[in-house]
Design a protein around this ligand. Sequence first.
Ligand code: SF4
Ligand code: SF4
Length: 77
Amino acid sequence: MGQGMRPGWGPNIGPGATEAPTAVPHVDPEKCAGCGECVKACPFGAIEIRDGKAVVDEASCRGCRACVSACPTGAIS
Ligand code: SF4
Ligand code: SF4
């Protein structure tokens, strides 16, 4: 009994999640050109350009990593 239980996983996944369950991508401001490609690529509207640099809204990000491959300068990892 008890197999399949993953304490600490369940409560944070799904519509009621309060934190991103997967890794939120990191933007390197030194590499970011502010081109906005990641903003267009993000299906969840989790990125905006602020002061010429991409900023990820951790609450909206689902960790799909579409922005990572969309960035032409490799600023997102
Ligand atoms: S990982 Fe996905 S959801 Fe998160 S900012 Fe990038 S494109 Fe948006
Ligand atoms: S796609 Fe890359 S260079 Fe362009 S705004 Fe986003 S992080 Fe910056």
